[in-house]
Design a protein around this ligand. Sequence first.
Ligand SMILES: Cc1cc2nc3c(=O)[nH]c(=O)nc-3n(C[C@H](O)[C@H](O)[C@H](O)COP(=O)(O)O)c2cc1C
Length: 123
Amino acid sequence: MIAFASRTGNVRYIVSRLRLPAIEIEEDLMLAESFLLFTYTDGLGEIPAKVKLFLERNGKLCRGVIVSGNSNFGHNVFGGAGDAIARQLKVPLVRKIDLRGFPEDYEVIHDYYEQCFRKEHIG
Ligand SMILES: Cc1cc2nc3c(=O)[nH]c(=O)nc-3n(C[C@H](O)[C@H](O)[C@H](O)COP(=O)(O)O)c2cc1C
């Protein structure tokens, strides 16, 4: 499943287009199954506070991170939340998306989702 955080609707929009099982991150959410994280970027390349708290409780079940950012913020901080999470949790950065992205971004996410969760079911 995909666990996502969206403040202004871009991530929510993409998730709705993906048609994959998804749950929005809310305070105190605890997951019992592994997930892909999909977050936006805050501050200057920062992980949103609610996502940080969520990962303190559920980070061990995270199998990869997808991030939306705005490339106008500049290369150094574009999608920085995804880089930070991938580094901290040692999980793949599946895709860095500019705002709502493009169909090819959605395809990459789909492919990774399939690969990730099919593998997990098998072994
Ligand atoms: C206060 C604020 C700070 C932001 N900082 C960054 C940033 O450092 N890097 C980046 O790539 N995007 C940054 N963004 C852009 C958002 O991450 C981007 O618009 C994203 O698509 C928002 O997703 P959402 O609509 O699902 O909330 C920032 C946006 C806001 C409002």
